[in-house]
Design a protein around this ligand. Sequence first.
Ligand SMILES: *Cc1c(COP(=O)(O)O)cnc(C)c1O
Length: 224
Amino acid sequence: MADSAQSRLEQVNGAIALAEKEAGRMKGAAQLIAVSKTFAAEDIRPVLLAGQRVFGENKVQEAMKKWDELRAEFSGVELHLIGPLQSNKAKEAVATFDVIHSVDREKIARALKTEMDKQSKSPKLFIQVNTGEEEQKAGIAPKETAAFISFCRDELGLDIAGLMCIPPVDEAPGMHFALLEKIARENDLPLLSMGMSADYPIAIQHGATHVRVGSAIFGARDYA
Ligand SMILES: *Cc1c(COP(=O)(O)O)cnc(C)c1O
């Protein structure tokens, strides 16, 4: 029991509350997204039973398969797409997710706008910023972010809620969180999706409103 998903969830919630307090922020200022990617419905169920309702997945197809079933069992689930999105999956993404964290180019923004209008649904949208300007990583470059936000808002009429980043694995995350916070402030965006298992308390110091925590709750992932 000591090492169950429920007890790890409790520990993470405790660490979030402590980080909020130490940062002088309100309790509940940072929302926990439990990242359940690669885990099966039977692994997720105990975390739902423990009361968690906000979950993150990185693949549209995988999420639909698991969450159709789990949503039928549990009410009030809020599902976040945190992985890269292809425009040919925009339809499923809009149908399945309440929040999309990975808007990072015009084609995706247009495809989402089309589907949101068609389905009369408006998932909350975050723009992913590649703060480390890593070639292999998704996200828009920091210096192009302001123009992209304007494009989404003014040309497409999309309501952008905030920004998301994944810092480079080999760098201290604090400066990336600070950069994301600065870009959000300059563009009047209230929400910040940043911080994972290894660094969510640091992200909360820097103003994270959403932390995406997977392995600290579910254990190590098996990608086999
Ligand atoms: C997998 C993933 C997470 C969670 O990572 P952990 O290190 O397991 O907490 C957070 N954000 C994104 C975008 C991810 O893909």
